[in-house]
Design a protein around this ligand. Sequence first.
Ligand code: PEP
Ligand code: MG
Length: 910
Amino acid sequence: MAKQETVEHKYVYAFVEGNKDLKELLGGKGANLAEMTNLGLPVPPGFTITTEACKAYLATGEEPDGLADQIAAHLASLEQAMGKRLGDPEDPLLVSVRSGAKFSMPGMMETVLNVGLNDRSVQGLARQAGGADQQAAGGADRFAWDSYRRLIQMFGKTVCEVPGEEFEHALDDAKRAKGTGNDLDLDADDLRGLVDAYKKIFFKHTGREFPQEPREQLDLAIRAVFESWNAERAVLYRRQERIPADLGTAVNVVAMVFGNLGPDSGTGVAFTRDPASGAQGIYGDYLANAQGEDVVAGIRNTVPLQELERLDKKSYDELLGIMARLEGHYKDLCDIEFTIERGKLWMLQTRVGKRTAAAAFVIAGQLVDEGLIDLDEALHRVNGAQLAQLMFPRFRLDHEFQPVAKGIGASPGAASGKVVFTSARAVELAAEGESVILVRRETNPDDLNGMIAAQGILTSRGGKTSHAAVVARGMGKTCVSGADEIDVNVPQRRFVVGGQTVVEGDIVSIDGTTGKVYLGEVPVMPSEVVQYFEGSLDPEHIDNALVRAVHRIMSHADARRRLAVRTNADTGADAARARRFGAEGIGLCRTEHMFLGDRRELVERLILARDNADREAALAALLPLQRADFEEIFREMDGMPVTVRLIDPPLHEFLPPLEQLAVNVAVAQERGEDVAQEEALLAAVRRMHEENPMLGLRGVRLGLVIPGLFAMQVRAIAEAAVTVTRSGAVARPEIMVPLVGAVQELETVRAEAEKIIAEVVGDSGVEVLIGTMIEVPRAALTAGQIAEAAQFFSFGTNDLTQMGWGFSRDDVEGAFFWRYLELGIFGISPFESIDRDGVGRLVRIAAEEGRAARPELKLGVCGEHGGDPESVHFFHEVGLDYVSCSPFRVPVARLEAGRAAVETDGSDSR
Ligand code: PEP
Ligand code: MG
């Protein structure tokens, strides 16, 4: 065994020993109290017990060795600094015992105030509070007994788990007896009686008297704060906020100062800028003659902080000076808590304040203007999730709207409209100028027209990567999926939710961010930030602080990022929008979407072709249609690379449903009708039926099995590129083969494609690259071989996640992910944010081995993760050349790529 360390571990830090960078050890509150102390600001003296001590206590159920002595030593210094002693019957020192973790967990953990009071020191406190002023004595008596009853209440509840209501009831009884509803009407005698009542309650529940020994009070309170780290609400909060469970909380022991000593005392909270809009100026609330928890409890109404100027100009001016200093020092919006005790200002807390997404951008921009931070730092202080929030229209929920169901927020935004249950009806009503919400159990490729026509999509089944979710995100359309409280009945054109029936034409509103569904129309506000990206708001010429800040920070992100940002788009309109949003190419044009609608019949003919002639006729009919599709996209993306992926649908999406076909044939046979053709179709569909279509005949497999299919697409791409180039624009096609698992698959497709390209392109100057998706784990693991045949790789992280985890992407999120999230197996769906350790490792291996085999290999990602902020940082680290995401997420990816560069490359590379 290693030799035991004999140096005693340091578990307690005086405020003068800490600083703001020690949050991990001292918690946010402790670190910032230390920082303020060292700045010379008026902080009541105190000390912090470290998170290490908490962790040691939680691991063993015992205070670690040395802690008690260290507390005693720091307490002695505190007593000396205050000139008072804990428990002194003449002039007692009182302390507060407060939690404070590395990350703020507001109200989740415990606090005990007024520790140090007992039956004797309460008298001393009264005498001291009254001072020489005889008139004040009555008030002081009242104050002392009120402080004592608060201690018993808080201590009983927090430390000894006495039910809080019992204290509340006793307080109500006292007020009733006095004939008042207001605590302040209770005088010293009433409160003395209340202390007796509280002590009885304490005894009833704990079987012991309220502890009179101050050090015992202190030790028990410290234990209770340690234990509150694992309180149920704290555990839940951490899970929701993704705060690690093993950090522990620090405990701050601070000399009490009192805001409830009369009209020249009070307490307040303040922000150095408006945390809602970011506007300059101070914002806050003040409550005279009160303690902090009265403000939180909302017992009395606060007044705006500016009122303090009238009430106590000296303290007000001092406070303003301190706030300006804190901002200058932290170089950020700070929020503070303060108390004024008889005209003397005390700072009880500060931290870098929480703010809305809009305020985050505005403040970052202002701080650059004020010379407090540089643009790299401004970029670091905002994030993609905030930008995304600013890009979606929002509901104005100031009226009373109650959600009737909650599903998965699958594609953010806010949409209201008439309920429709079929795509055809969606198209009809939209053509009449109506807003519609398409409601389905789940969507399939046939719903595409309806989805385009609809304002929003609501499904009762499916997760974040269900068809509805992926397509809606691609279109930037609001979608709530998997709202399983909704019982959808398409044939009867209605759904039932919570006993209410909603029929076609009724209005519903859906929030694709929260997943909430409302009956009726909730008003919607458009996003100014989108108007700016769309080019309809000019940041140089409008007086809009938010748009100007977004413009400035985005420009810097673009200057700093190494990753290029492309888009996933398969129509000219999407391509054009993505370009306006800053896309630098198309990273994924999914061609299967081009085979729907009236072209579906041709594809069905192709798949079911009985002979070559049949098949060739279908292909010949498809060729010009495909060529026109590609021409449109190449023109929109003039000069930029366009990755066109050869067709990759699961086969069943193009065939009539087996069960329905079987029923139709049986019914027709029963009626004695001639069903020879239907029977042949049924036989073919049966033959091709797959139990696991996502693992079946799709992607490159389809191309190898159906002669001429890929060849037709390659020809259409090459011909379109030549036509566009001859017309003066520049087409830069990249042909991408899906679902490759072995280099031989790619080589086969490539050999055929190269011949066609050479023949079509001739001397037109068009260059066509050929590459592959890496989305089958085997492809990632044999990337070195595959790179020999590929000019680029694009990681299909949707399928790579599906096949890496063995999770069906259409089913699992709605089915059981809630349990996995609850158990903490992962903190977020791996379909949403890349699983760095597993799927990410496959990406890393493929990137390294691919580049080793072919150094100039271009690397990108086109799965949903390409637009996810966290994942963008991962792709930057792995060294990809670009990420590709849906048009609406392009700005988010640009911002995050800039942030990733600033964070990993450091500030010296500017
Ligand atoms: C993927 O699998 O990540 C991908 C982009 O392809 P698709 O989503 O079309 O399967
Ligand atoms: Mg895929």
